[in-house]
Design a binder for this molecule. Structure first.
Ligand SMILES: [Zn+2]
Length: 358
């Protein structure tokens, strides 16, 4: 059984342009090339590349641009001006374009390109199929002003998460507090006008509240687990999850070990000792299903290249191709065949078809 899979969160261009990974290569080649390097926590442990996405029948991904602005005194890594951050996202965009020219990937930005891609992917048995990608912006700091958002929409940007980690220029993110302010509310208004999806992931509680109150367009949470199971502000509590469900959101189960099992210590814990297997994320997804009363609001948003690799992923995952294991795991947990199809791709596709129908 090799089901079509949608992964709603990968940082492909960050891996290409900051981790210096040529994602056209095999996972062995990428890992070998990084032997002895220590500049990033996941060197030699990557699990995502184009061949592995194809092997896992992961034919559609939401892929990010990401660049943070840091004010003086902000200890997080980032750029010292929004203009530099914008330029960095443009380098990331240039990489996506280059990969399109190489025939590796194809951009999906509307209903027609989505339907065409699905027919193409499902009909073709070629070994080098073009992977569909929907462009998303993780953290909006790099939008110097709202003209940049319109420009980005024109080149295909279809989802924005206003915040990432820490304080942001438009919203407050993970580990930060506070609302959107005027700039954030204006951003949401412009997103609504352009029909850009709001990614609620990474919004702190205050900003989440304000964002949902002010935004009337489509909302998803591309990569998000449950606070009820792992208590951290990065995760959504049950009230937030219920609100997202009521708004028709789909919430992507994320495979970063620290968001899956309680008590994970970065750089110290290891997946096997912590009993962190793929099965664990189903506990999170199942929790959401219990709140919803159905399996229509969950999907996968693996984040498997989000500055971590094998050292911080479920122990029964060697590469992203192992997302295919969810078919059996969900079936063992009692999910019906149609539920499984919805979780692996149907829910994201339904969401996109509805968001893009006008
Ligand atoms: Zn990310």
């Amino acid at each position: 059984m090799n089901n079509f899979i949608v992964d709603a969160h990968l940082d492909l261009s960050m891996n290409a342009m900051e981790w210096n990974r040529d994602l056209r290569k095999s996972i062995d080649e990428i890992r070998k090339r990084e032997k002895g390097m220590t500049d990033k926590p996941d060197r030699g442990n990557s699990v995502v590349c184009f061949p592995e996405l194809r092997k896992g029948n992961i034919g559609l991904v939401v892929a990010t641009q990401i660049a943070r602005y840091v004010a003086p005194g902000n200890p997080l890594p980032g750029w010292n001006s929004p203009q530099q951050a914008w330029a960095h996202t443009q380098a990331q965009r240039a990489w996506y374009k280059t990969m399109e020219e190489e025939g590796e990937i194809v951009q999906i930005s509307n209903l027609t390109s989505l339907e065409n891609h699905l027919s193409y992917w499902n009909a073709s048995n070629a070994g080098n199929k073009k992977i569909g990608y929907i462009l998303s912006l993780e953290g909006a700091d790099s939008l110097v002003n709202l003209n940049n958002l319109e420009k980005a929409y024109e080149y295909g940007l279809r989802a924005v998460g206003p915040a990432h980690y820490g304080p942001g220029r438009y919203a407050q993110g993970t580990d930060a507090t506070g609302g959107l302010g005027k700039s954030g509310r204006e951003l949401l208004k412009e997103m609504e006008r352009l029909n850009i999806i709001l990614d609620a992931t990474h919004l702190c509680d205050d900003s989440f509240r304000e964002a949902l109150d002010h935004f009337n367009g489509p909302v998803w949470a591309s990569h998000h687990n449950c606070r009820a199971l792992v208590n951290h502000n990065r995760q959504f509590n049950d009230d937030q999850l219920k609100e997202l469900i009521n708004r028709g959101a789909v919430i992507g189960g994320v495979l970063d070990a620290w968001m899956m099992v309680p008590g994970w210590v970065r750089g110290k814990s290891n997946p096997r000792d912590m009993n962190c297997s793929l099965e664990v994320v189903i506990n999170h997804m199942d929790h959401i299903c219990q709140l919803a009363g159905n399996a229509l609001h969950i999907g996968l948003g693996s984040d498997l290249d989000g500055a971590f690799g094998k050292e911080q992923s479920p122990y029964d995952l060697e590469t992203i191709a192992d997302l295919q294991k969810f078919h059996t795991l969900l079936s063992n947990r009692g999910y019906s065949a149609s539920d499984i199809e919805n979780v692996l791709h149907g829910n994201w596709l339904r969401f996109l078809r509805s968001a893009w129908k006008k």
